[in-house]
Design a protein around this ligand. Structure first.
Ligand code: AMP
Length: 175
């Protein structure tokens, strides 16, 4: 399936110069959404993975049905202050300023194999922070999976240089 044709590009959102890759057009397409989850499920079935970690918010949309399809546990990584229980956090730099993501301190056990899921890989800052959190807990990140990679922005290179394999269902040129 050609996933790129199901993803809408909105120029200058949320600010001038950004080409926003809008996955809602894929989500509302029954065959497209189903095919995306199936493609990921086929790739990760039988790999010894025990948890899918989804990054707020769009990583939940793909991570949760993938966990269900593979009969695995699902763990949310959330923005600061959203998790109700004791959490571990990691700060990371954005283009302007910084951000913090958090995970429940008991979400992952030592030695567990984990797949991290988000909708889109740009600079890799968010995914790298998620990898750091999972590794701090003793989890092993098998791969980071995305619907979309923007290879020109460099996130894939960054994660691979950190020893983390990356997979995406489709790519868009440019940023
Ligand atoms: P990054 O940390 O730079 O890899 O950014 C990844 C996060 O920002 C993902 O969770 C995406 O949802 C969002 N994002 C970054 N760039 C775009 C874009 N061009 N279109 C849609 N979402 C984006």
């Amino acid at each position: 399936m050609d996933f790129t044709s199901l993803i809408r590009t909105i120029p200058d959102y949320p600010k001038a110069g950004i080409q926003f890759r809008d996955i809602t057009t894929l989500l509302k397409n029954a065959n497209g959404f189903h095919a995306a989850i199936n493609a990921l499920a086929e790739r990760y079935r039988g790999q010894g993975i025990s948890k899918i970690v989804g990054i707020e918010a769009r990583g939940f949309i793909f991570g949760a049905p993938l966990a269900y399809a593979l009969q695995l546990g699902f763990v949310p990584i959330r923005k600061q202050g959203k998790l109700p229980g004791a959490a571990m956090g990691h700060d990371y730099d954005l283009e302007y300023g910084s951000d913090r993501i958090e995970i429940h301190h008991d979400a992952i056990s030592k030695g567990e194999k984990v797949l991290i899921v988000d909708d889109l890989l740009a600079t890799g800052g968010t995914a790298h922070a998620a990898v750091t959190l999972v590794q701090k807990m003793g989890g092993e990140v098998v791969e980071c999976a995305f619907l979309i990679d923007l290879p020109d922005v460099g996130g894939k290179k960054r994660l691979e240089q950190a020893g983390i394999p990356v997979f995406a269902l489709c790519e868009f040129e440019g940023d």
